[in-house]
Design a protein. Structure first.
Length: 77
């Protein structure tokens, strides 16, 4: 399972505002890179954008985040 907290460089105790800001910044950064002239950079940015979009879905509500946190915790064990 992908650890979206690591992607966002945040810990699990992060506030909703911190998560939203990190998602916004990463989305902006990888969108800019997705137009890069180097195909490798574009492809990497596209892969990261997919992860950012998945993280947005996982963190869209407190209930979704709680379910994700439970899954993440059960995968660690």
């Amino acid at each position: 399972m992908e650890n979206y907290y690591k992607l966002l460089d945040l810990d699990q105790a992060a506030t909703r505002e911190q998560i939203e800001e990190a998602l916004k910044e990463l989305n902006k950064e990888y969108r800019r890179r997705s137009n890069h002239k180097d195909a490798k950079v574009r492809n990497e940015a596209g892969d990261k954008l997919k992860l950012v979009q998945q993280a947005m879905v996982r963190f869209r509500s407190d209930e979704d985040r709680s379910a994700y946190d439970a899954e993440l915790t059960s995968d660690v064990k």
